[in-house]
Structures are given as structure tokens and as C-alpha cells.
Design a protein around this ligand. Sequence first.
Ligand SMILES: Nc1ncnc2c1ncn2[C@@H]1O[C@H](COP(=O)(O)OP(=O)(O)OP(=O)(O)O)[C@@H](O)[C@H]1O
Length: 303
Amino acid sequence: MTTTTTTETPVLTATGVTMRFGGLTAVRAVDLSVHPHEIVGLIGPNGAGKTTFFNCLTGLYVPTSGKVAYKNTTLPPKPHLVAKAGIARTFQNIRLFANMTVLENVLVGHHTRTKEGLFAALLRGPAFHRAEKASTQRAQELLEFTGLTPKADHLARNLPYGEQRKLEIARALAGDPGLLLLDEPTAGMNPQETRATQQLVFAIRDQGTAVLVIEHDMRFIFNLCDRVAVLVQGEKLTEGTTDAVQADERVIAAYLGTPFEGAPGADEIAEVEAAEAAETAGAAENAETATPPDTVARPEDNQ
Ligand SMILES: Nc1ncnc2c1ncn2[C@@H]1O[C@H](COP(=O)(O)OP(=O)(O)OP(=O)(O)O)[C@@H](O)[C@H]1O
């Protein structure tokens, strides 16, 4: 975990963000800052307004009132301008281009950073080719970073669920954001995938992108975050270190239920380590009984 350097200009400053849908106030006067090198969690019960708040931050919704700034510059509520400024996001429901390859999906994400305009693209001159080469190189780096290089040419729709989530993250990183918003990145993942996602988020932070993450998996949140903000019925109930939030009676009453006992994540770590040990033992056993590589199995061998 890093220590927050509060003197640095925040990558996100949301001030008094309110979002009303008719008579329903989904988000009410929420203030939140995220600093460079921070991982901040946003938690709260179903319907608390977390995704609505993300949508206000990224320009998908125009807040009823309040403002959102990136590095002290107020953002217009337009998704492409927010992305261009330096805020990227993933969605609760995966939104990939299913019939494009893994590499192509990341290349699409890089276009917010490409300066070449329509004419350069139409003329296909040297500047266009240089930009295209740089985009491909960056996309390949991101596939390496997220462990998806072997799947570069696969169609996105053919990836297993956990890898589709990774690809969403790779695509979001392709715009070289200063802040990445993750909406339930481990939803539907098994403990091993969740742990891999945790390591990936740490690596993203270490590379210089701050992270704001919505998640219902509290062990994931408390293992990962430097700070946590709690939304309840659209309002920010509290905000603080993971220890302070876990111990807050109001958070326990409104959301957590019972406080954690022992180190958060200990059960998951034990479960993942047992699964990894079983996998290693299985692999060793298979290696002993495997057909030598230069031997072609005859059909009658399989009967
Ligand atoms: N486009 C919309 N129109 C009307 N009401 C909406 C809209 N989007 C969200 N809401 C309402 O706003 C409230 C907050 O919803 P939101 O999805 O932001 O909560 P959440 O904290 O993200 O929930 P969850 O954890 O279940 O994803 C809910 O009552 C929801 O029904």
C-alpha cells in the first residue's frame, strides 16, 4: 500500500455531485478526490448510487448539479472529452467489440490518444503509418502487461470470462489514462482470477495510473485500497482508511453486517494456494504419464 501524497494535484476532484432521475435522487452532493498513486474503493449496498456516480464522473450522465475536475481542470460532461482528458473506465457489464480480435479491441481504445486526423487516415501518408505502428506497439505492450499476448488474434467473444475482463482493462489503459475507473472488476470471478486482478490493479497503480474501484467483494477492496468511500442511499456516509471503514459502526450497520475477523483475504489466499498446489501436483502427475512428444498416438491406443 502506498502513502497518499496529498500535496500532489488530485487526478479527480468531484464536488457536490448530485444526480436526480425524476423524483429519485440517486446521488446527493458527493465529494470525492483521488490522488496520483492511490487506489480508492467505492462501496455501498445495491442501489446506493455507485454506478450513477461513475456515470457522472465519465460524462455519461450530466449531473443535476456539482462538478468534476481532472487535475484541477473542470471536465465537460462528454464521455469522449473525459476520456481524452485522462479518465478511462470499464463497465459492470462487459462491453467489448465481440467480433474484433483482442489486439483490435485494444487498438480501438488507443484512438483517443492518436492525433492523426481524418485526412491523414485517408491519405495514408508516412505520418499515418508512423502513428499506426506506434498504436500497434502500445497495444502489444498492453497485451503483454495484462497477460493476453497469446490471445492477441483471438476474437474477443471467444475469450473466457476472466480474460474478457482483463481485455476491458487493457483497452481502457490504451488511452494512457491518469485515472482508471473499474466498475465491479471481479464480478463472476473465481478466487484465483480475483487474486490475479488484484495483482494487475497494483501493477497499474505502480505504472502511474490511479484507480477508483467499485466492488462488492469486501476482501478484495480491503486488500487492495488505500482509502475507501462508502455510499448509502446516494450519500457519502464516510470515507477513510480500510481499517477505519471496517471498524465504523455505521458502515457495519448499513452494509458490512459483521466485522471481519483476522486478516482480510486469509481464507481466499488459503483457497487459491490449495488450488495452485493441486494444479502443480496434477501437472507433475500428467508429465510422468504423458506420451513422449515424438510419439503419435494410434487410434487403438485411445480405445
Ligand atoms: N437511468 C436511470 N433512470 C432512473 N433511475 C436510475 C437510472 N440509473 C440508476 N437509477 C436508479 O438510481 C439508483 C442508484 O442506482 P445505481 O445503479 O447507481 O446503484 P449502485 O450502487 O451502482 O447499485 P449496484 O451495486 O446494484 O450496481 C437506483 O435506485 C437505480 O434504480
